[in-house]
Design a protein around this ligand. Structure first.
Ligand code: G3H
Ligand code: ZN
Length: 285
């Protein structure tokens, strides 16, 4: 199938009570592992490149690779640029063929966040590309974006309808107590806040900082109307550990990189499958 937009892939999530898994990839093997699981589980999937990953792989190369994967399967696949803080780079990604982009102006004040997001959304729409934005400030570290505890801020539900209406976004990342990266202590999610937000808007909601969130917390989020769940660090660590382990057991003269890299695929497949079951996206493609 051709790549689909975020708007398209999320459209039935609330009604059917599932969340589409959104995974950060950094190369071919992890992305292919995620795709293999989606196909096996009949789950829609959102493959996300951070600005760092898209720069590392190359924008056109990223689109070419994921488009090729999507075209060889019969399940919905969306290619998303994650946490773009640079509007010029985001626009290049739109032109290159990403079907979804996230503008992250969460460090700006409410009014400026609206202005920046609105401008980007109007641009992306001309290309048939979806837009996600963030309201509130999610803590932790996501590559170059660092938000310490003091500057993180939970989403104010009352501001959500105005933000969605004025910006025209297709999905909204909300801060309800998760953080990017590995948790230092167990996260405490504010489900009452999520319930309130979901009551106030029909805009699909996005949970960031999925690494380390408990199975029951994920399931509660899905039952309360979360439509997209992002997981990144868990895959990054699995990618690196898979290579490290493969090298450790192969101290011989093995020179075929595939005999190391194939473990990245299988490890990512395993993690992705678990998330698809938890998010109830399995069987929804
Ligand atoms: O945008 C990416 C996600 O929010 C990933 O968060 O690395 O903590 O899983 P994570
Ligand atoms: Zn995030």
């Amino acid at each position: 199938m051709s790549l689909v937009t975020l708007k398209e892939i999320l459209k039935e999530t609330r009604e059917k009570k599932y969340a589409v898994p959104a995974f950060n990839f950094n190369g071919y093997e992890d992305a292919q592992g995620m795709m293999n699981s989606a196909l096996r589980m009949r789950s829609p999937i959102i493959l996300m490149a951070s600005m760092g990953a898209a720069r590392y792989i190359g924008l056109k190369q990223t689109v070419g690779m994921i488009k090729g994967m999507a075209e060889s399967v019969d399940i919905p696949v969306c290619l998303h640029l994650d946490h773009a803080t640079d509007a010029a780079f985001l626009k290049e990604a739109v032109v290159a063929g990403f079907t979804s982009v996230m503008i992250d102006a969460s460090k700006k004040d409410f009014k400026e966040n609206i202005e920046i997001t609105k401008e980007v959304a109007a641009y992306a729409k001309k290309f048939g590309c979806s837009v996600e934005a963030e309201l509130g400030r999610i803590g932790g570290r996501e590559e170059e974006i660092a938000v310490d505890d003091a500057s993180s801020a939970l989403t104010d539900p009352e501001r959500v309808p105005e933000f969605v209406e004025k910006t025209g976004v297709d999905a909204l990342a909300v801060a309800i107590g998760t953080a990017h990266g590995f948790y230092k202590s167990t996260p405490k999610l504010d489900f009452e806040r999520l319930r309130k937000i979901a009551e106030l808007t029909s805009c699909p909601l996005v949970l960031h900082g999925g690494t380390g969130v408990s199975e029951t917390d994920f399931q509660t989020c899905v039952s309360l109307g979360m439509s997209k769940i992002n997981v990144g660090t868990e895959f990054k660590a699995a990618y690196t550990n898979a290579i490290r382990d493969a090298v450790a057991v192969n101290e011989t003269a093995e020179v075929d990189p595939r005999n190391y890299m194939k473990y990245v695929k299988t490890k990512c497949e395993e993690i992705a499958e678990g998330k698809m079951r938890l998010f109830h996206s399995a069987g929804m493609a």
